[in-house]
Design a protein around this ligand. Sequence first.
Ligand code: FEO
Length: 178
Amino acid sequence: MLKKEITDALNEQINKEIYSAFLYMSMSAYTNDLVLKGFANWFMVQYHEEMYHAMKMYEYIQSQGESVVLKTVDAPPTSFDSPLDAFEKTLAHEQVVTQSINDLMDLAIQHRDHATKIFLEWYVTEQVEEEDTAGDMIAQLQMIGDDPHALLMMDRELAGRAASIPVDFSKGVEQEGE
Ligand code: FEO
């Protein structure tokens, strides 16, 4: 059982994670239009990661005997100035998500909800990685500048990214570990 304020905040966070998924799917579509298929792959894997974040929270709410409440997901932006712009917006977005997770953690601590606090620790760690990765992408694209050859080399590298989490949630998010 969870306090109502905690359940409501977790449901809000599901919405934010699904918005994140939409945002990265939109970035995948944008980079696909640029024929940067490796970038498109990277962002589509990120889409799956975000849906995993949402589903992990979805299952936690249910495991506590509470109800999942899904809400309207905002439309993401559909155009970007460049791949660099997309990654700068990725980092800015992840910083907002980090703040949101920190707020949730504060709420769990305030309510002495130890189970939710332990559950949220996974997200706290994940956000460090998400911001670090986006920062690395920005640094690499800044080094590349206007060099199309280097951009294509990076595109080939990003084509190799595969999802490290389950993408079929019908059997639950923990089916293959994390
Ligand atoms: Fe689910 Fe990228 O934070």
